[in-house]
Design a protein around this ligand. Structure first.
Ligand SMILES: [Fe+2]
Ligand SMILES: [Fe+2]
Length: 166
């Protein structure tokens, strides 16, 4: 096993995950500001899951005696419209699935079964993230723009929902 190959793959993924955390938190802030509570929360929860992915990747990098590079792969795109946010998020999740599937194969070829497993676990999560965004987009397409407004109404209708912001 060439450790440096695995470490490079892991660090590239840390950069992608950091970018996802930044992008999803940006979406979270703007959706919250627009009053779309449930979709805002979905992005926040997913950002937290991406942060936990970074933790898994970093653990493995340190185990392999590498250095964790804490640098996002790219800047945040200033998208503030919910449908455009979901489409961007689906593209990101799709890209991650492709990259992690490929990384798992590269790790198998490098005789690093444990790093391969890390990438396989992450791939399954990214598939689920893609699916959750796709479901939201399908609902908006099915019910129209009022879908998000009705979700927002539900949030406001909950007693004390405004005060106990998650
Ligand atoms: Fe992730
Ligand atoms: Fe994801």
């Amino acid at each position: 096993m060439d450790r440096s190959k695995s470490i490079a793959l892991l660090n590239a993924s840390v950069a992608d995950e950091l970018q996802a955390v930044h992008q999803y938190m940006y979406f979270h802030f703007h959706l919250d500001d627009q009053g779309f509570g449930p979709l805002s929360l979905l992005f926040k929860r997913t950002a937290i899951e991406e942060m936990m992915h970074i933790e898994k990747l970093a653990d493995r990098i340190l185990f392999l005696k590498g250095e964790v590079e804490v640098k996002a792969a790219g800047p945040v795109e200033k998208i503030t419209e919910p449908v455009a946010m979901l489409k961007k998020a689906m593209l990101m999740e799709d890209g991650s699935q492709t990259d992690y599937n490929k990384a798992a194969i590269d790790c198998a070829n490098n005789a690093d079964a444990v790093t391969k497993q890390v990438f396989e676990l992450l791939t399954a999560d990214e598939e689920r993230h893609f699916d959750q965004y796709e479901k939201q987009l399908e609902k908006i397409e099915k019910y129209g723009p009022s879908y998000l407004a009705l979700q927002a109404f539900n949030t406001v209708a909950e007693p004390g929902a405004g005060a106990a912001k998650a």
